[in-house]
Design a protein around this ligand. Structure first.
Ligand SMILES: NC(=O)c1ccc[n+]([C@@H]2O[C@H](COP(=O)([O-])OP(=O)(O)OC[C@H]3O[C@@H](n4cnc5c(N)ncnc54)[C@H](OP(=O)(O)O)[C@@H]3O)[C@@H](O)[C@H]2O)c1
Length: 246
């Protein structure tokens, strides 16, 4: 049985992942900012797992609340075995270009709040000598593109931070997993036309996250083909890349 902390538990990807872990009898502490939605997810997971589910509603932009949140989750679960950080926003790139405030708000939610949580969780796991830390980054963090470089910069920041944490903690029995989804059909991408083979459903990503934990993976592109797409994209020379409308 795993004691799981799910941060950003109302996310479609997080909910699908929690459902899969619930089938293994996991116990949950859920965190999200919509109390009603959170309560509905908690009820569903209780039925699926046969275990009581605790939850708390919190705006994760409030970094000063993070230490207390982790303490409460730790107490409720009797120790966190696995933490999944899934919250995020997809900012309007044009809006960010015109507003430093919007840009910094997007960086705050997508990078700084994740950095705060991963730092605190990593130290807790290190002290305890075990734990699994998973955060959802994105393929968008692999290379800056004109259509979404503010979001991409935030995700790139957390991908690098997780890489460093993994380098620091792998010898201490702590698993740090970076999840890099491509296009996923969730409320975050509601405004997009979701046609074509590149789009995945949240449960496909959830299946990949569970497999990554079970197989002890470090960095996972989901679905798998994004590893090869991003390999190509990362290797396009900058001289050519800067001319592409991406
Ligand atoms: N969908 C994709 O194509 C895609 C691709 C790559 C990576 N990702 C990443 O996958 C993760 C999950 O996203 P998703 O696709 O499942 O989208 P989603 O269903 O829209 O989930 C995003 C979640 O983040 C929560 N959130 C945002 N800001 C928050 C804050 N300040 N405090 C608390 N919760 C906050 C939202 O809560 P509210 O509902 O209350 O706003 C929502 O539950 C995100 O990190 C996203 O960047 C998604």
């Amino acid at each position: 049985m795993r004691n799981m902390l799910i941060i950003g538990a109302t996310s479609a990807i997080a909910e699908a992942t929690a459902r899969r872990f619930a089938a293994t009898g996991a116990r949950f502490y859920l965190v999200g900012r919509h109390a009603e939605r959170l309560a509905a997810i908690a009820r569903d997971l209780e039925i699926r797992s046969g275990q009581p589910v605790a939850s708390e509603s919190l705006d994760l932009d409030q970094l000063d609340q993070h230490p207390g949140l982790l303490e409460r989750a730790d107490q409720a679960l009797g120790g966190i075995d696995l933490a999944l950080i899934a919250h995020g926003t997809l900012p309007d790139q044009n809006g960010c270009q015109q507003s430093v405030q919007k840009t910094l708000a997007a960086i705050h939610t997508n990078a700084l709040s994740v950095i705060s949580l991963t730092t605190l969780l990593a130290n807790r796991f290190e002290q305890r000598g075990r734990g699994t830390l998973i955060a959802i980054s994105s393929v968008a963090g692999d290379r800056g593109r004109q259509s979404n470089y503010v979001y991409g910069a935030a995700k790139g920041m957390i991908s690098l931070l997780l890489q460093g944490l993994r380098n620091r903690l792998s010898s201490k029995g702590i698993q740090v997993i970076t999840i890099k989804p491509g296009f996923v059909d969730t409320p975050m991408t509601a405004a997009f036309e979701k046609k074509g083979l590149l789009w995945a459903q949240p449960d496909q990503i959830a299946k990949g996250i569970v497999a990554a934990v079970e197989r002890g993976r470090d960095e996972v592109y989901l679905p798998w083909f994004w590893r090869w797409i991003m390999l190509v994209i990362r290797h396009i020379p900058e001289r050519l890349f800067k001319r592409l409308q991406l």
